[in-house]
Design a protein around this ligand. Structure first.
Ligand code: ZN
Length: 343
């Protein structure tokens, strides 16, 4: 059985090459890359290099090179498939054990869910400008969100009852695909109802610009203030950073990480475009490596309350050994956070 492209990517994304190779080779950072003594030929001065940006290794002495999977395959003397399995185990990724027929069925469902998500993000975005979305537009005005911001993040507004469900059915998606997306629920009476009703909608994209989940904020004082997508075949919590796809359009040498997506969005609007959000959860190792891969310096912009301080300590623990400079932004102390971050 061959593993799918998605599985290969997941294995690679969750096994940072620097972290993996460091277990075999003593690596020293020099600029953007790491160097060490090549484990594949005899040498005295280090010509073996590892690039965290490209997630590849290369030896200038013997010419060997490749990605994290081929490194493991070479150094452990095992096949490509076994190397994938080794790395999957290391990152706690469960590999599919299904027959290949079921495999491709799952892949197909996955790609449909991505399509449902992407269609829905565009639908909500268009709907925000509709006369039906007066309350949504008032919220936009109140938050002083500009058109550029609405476009940059494809922000939107959701409808009532089963509006989205009906639209998705009309678009040709079936119930299995719609339910798997988590955008619609089926109640005890067998009725379909949209998860997000009358909410300001924030699509969450991965680094490959695919819509993986949504956040929905109320526009009044009702509870809960935020609803998020459940985990499903395209979304696992703690593996993504909100806004990284947008931030990557600009310079991300320094990356500011904040807690909530609305914080990230309003900072972006104020010109601080190198900003991502941790999506509420405490920073995970996956998110740490994602930051490391994309930035030389990470600035922690968590709230200065008790929970925020705990989040800062946790983030520092996670990032301690990743060879990444870190600063803590004192939100309360700084006179002008905008300037502080930009310079
Ligand atoms: Zn070599």
């Amino acid at each position: 059985m061959r593993y799918s492209e998605d599985i290969l990517n997941e294995v690679k994304e969750n096994n940072d090459i620097v972290e993996v190779i460091s277990q075999y080779v003593h690596l020293k950072r020099s600029g953007r890359n790491y160097f060490g003594i090549c484990p594949f030929h005899n040498e005295k001065s280090p010509s073996f290099s590892v690039s965290p940006d490209k997630q590849i290794f290369h030896c200038f002495g013997c010419g060997v090179g490749g990605n994290v999977i081929s490194f493991i395959s070479k150094i452990e003397g095992i096949g490509f498939k076994e190397a994938i399995e080794t790395l999957a185990e290391r990152a706690n990724i469960s590999l599919p054990v299904n027959t290949s027929q079921e495999d491709s069925k799952l892949e197909e469902l996955k790609s449909k869910v991505f399509k449902v998500n992407s269609f829905t993000a565009d639908y909500y975005h268009k709907r925000l400008y509709d006369s039906k979305s007066k309350i949504g537009q008032e919220y936009v005005k109140k938050r002083k969100l500009t058109n550029d911001t609405l476009e940059a993040y494809n922000l939107g507004f959701s409808g009532n009852f089963d509006e989205l469900y009906q639209v998705l059915r009309k678009e040709g998606f079936n119930d299995e695909e719609i339910l798997e997306s988590g955008l619609v629920n089926k109640n005890d009476n067998g009725k379909y109802i949209d998860r997000y009703r009358n909410r300001f909608m924030i699509p969450i994209l991965d680094v490959r610009n695919r819509v993986i989940a949504f956040g929905g904020r109320v526009i009044d004082d009702s509870k809960p203030k935020y609803i998020n997508s459940p985990e499903n075949i395209v979304y696992s919590k703690g593996k993504h950073l909100f806004g990284l796809n947008v931030a990557k359009k600009g310079d991300t040498k320094k990356l500011l990480i904040v807690e909530g997506y609305m914080d990230a969005i309003s900072l972006h609007q104020r010109g601080i475009t190198n900003v991502v959000a941790s999506l509420g959860t405490a920073l995970t190792t996956n998110q740490g490596w994602l930051l490391r891969k994309n930035a030389e310096e990470v600035i922690l912009g968590f709230d200065s309350d008790g929970a925020g301080q705990t989040a800062i300590i946790r983030a520092m623990e996670v990032m301690q050994n990743m060879g990444c400079d870190m600063r803590v932004l004192q939100m309360t102390g700084a006179k002008d956070p905008d300037e502080y971050i930009i310079k």
